[in-house]
Ligand binder design. Structure first.
Ligand SMILES: [Ca+2]
Length: 256
C-alpha cells in the first residue's frame, strides 16, 4: 500500500509533463466528464424500476431500496453504510423477465453520454451469486417508457470494484439498465451504485488536462478497490482452508 502515494505522484507528474509538451492533438478528443449525472446530489433520480426487495410483511427494506443505486454510498471492504446496502430486486433476473431501472438527470435534461460506471458491491458476499452480471444499456430521448434504443451490452465481473464501460457518445434523456443475469443466485439481483458520465469535447489544453486528471482519479479509485479486494482474499485464505459454500438458495425465502 505504501507504493500507492509514490505511484500517484509519478502518474500525476508524467501526466502533467505529457500535457504540457504534447501539442493539441487531443483537442478534438471526446472523453468522459468528471461529474456523475446520475448522482442524487446532482439531481439524478430513478423514475421507474422493475422491483425492489420487500420483507415478509411486504414492506420495502430501506437498506435495499432502489434509490441506493444513486446515493453515492458504497460498500467498501468491511465497511457497509448502515442505511444503504445497495439495491436488491425482489426477483431473479432472466432474459425473459429482466430486472431494470430507469434513471433521469436534473430537470429531465437531455445529455450527451459517454460512460457508465457500475459498482456491483453490496452487503452480501459475491460467492452467493446475487451481484449483477449481464447489463444492456438503453437510452431514450423522449419518455421514461421509451422508445428506447440499445447502446451496448456489458458484462459486470463478480468482484467488488467499480467497472467502467465507455461507448460512442449518445444523447439520452432517460437511461434504462436492463439486467438479464446475476452470478448464479435464483433469489434476486443486487448492485451497489450506478454512475453516468457526459461526453466532453475538449476545446483547450487545460480541458484536456482536467479531463485526464479526472480519469486518472477514477483509475486510482479502481486500483484502491482492487487492492482492498486482494487483501481481503488473502485474509480469507489465511483464516480458512474450507472452500466457499455453494450458491444454493431457494426463491421465496425471506431476505436475511
Ligand atoms: Ca449506493
Amino acid at each position: 500500500m505504501t507504493k500507492i502515494p509514490l505511484l500517484i505522484g509519478t502518474l500525476i507528474t508524467v501526466l502533467m509533463i505529457v500535457s504540457l509538451t504534447v501539442p493539441l492533438y487531443a483537442s478534438d478528443a471526446i472523453t468522459a466528464g468528471g461529474t456523475n449525472l446520475a448522482a442524487a446530489e446532482m439531481g439524478g433520480r430513478i423514475v421507474a424500476f422493475s422491483s425492489q426487495a420487500v420483507d415478509e410483511n411486504g414492506k420495502v427494506m430501506p437498506e435495499w431500496q432502489v434509490t441506493n443505486l444513486i446515493d453515492g454510498k458504497h460498500v467498501l471492504g468491511n465497511y457497509t453504510p448502515a442505511d444503504s446496502y445497495g439495491w436488491s430486486s425482489q426477483h431473479p433476473p432472466s432474459e425473459e423477465n429482466p430486472e431494470w431501472v430507469v434513471i433521469a438527470f436534473a430537470n429531465d435534461q437531455t445529455r450527451l453520454l459517454r460512460r457508465i460506471v457500475i459498482d456491483p458491491t453490496t452487503d452480501d458476499p459475491p460467492f452467493i451469486g446475487r451481484w449483477v452480471r449481464d447489463v444492456e444499456l438503453q437510452v431514450s430521448t423522449t419518455t421514461p417508457e421509451g422508445p428506447y434504443k440499445t447502446v451496448g451490452r456489458f458484462l459486470v465481473v463478480n468482484k467488488p470494484i467499480e467497472q467502467h464501460f465507455d461507448f460512442l457518445p449518445v444523447e439520452a434523456r432517460y437511461v434504462r439498465l436492463v439486467i438479464t443475469s446475476n452470478h448464479g443466485s435464483d433469489k434476486c439481483v443486487e448492485m451497489g451504485e450506478v454512475e453516468i458520465y457526459e461526453a466532453i469535447v475538449g476545446d483547450s489544453a487545460l480541458d484536456d488536462v482536467i479531463v485526464r486528471l479526472e480519469n486518472l482519479l477514477q483509475e486510482l479509485k479502481q486500483l484502491r478497490d482492487f487492492k482492498l479486494y486482494q487483501q481481503e482474499q488473502k485474509t480469507l485464505e489465511e483464516v480458512t482452508t474450507k472452500p466457499a459454500p455453494p450458491a444454493e438458495e431457494s426463491e421465496g425465502q425471506p431476505k436475511q
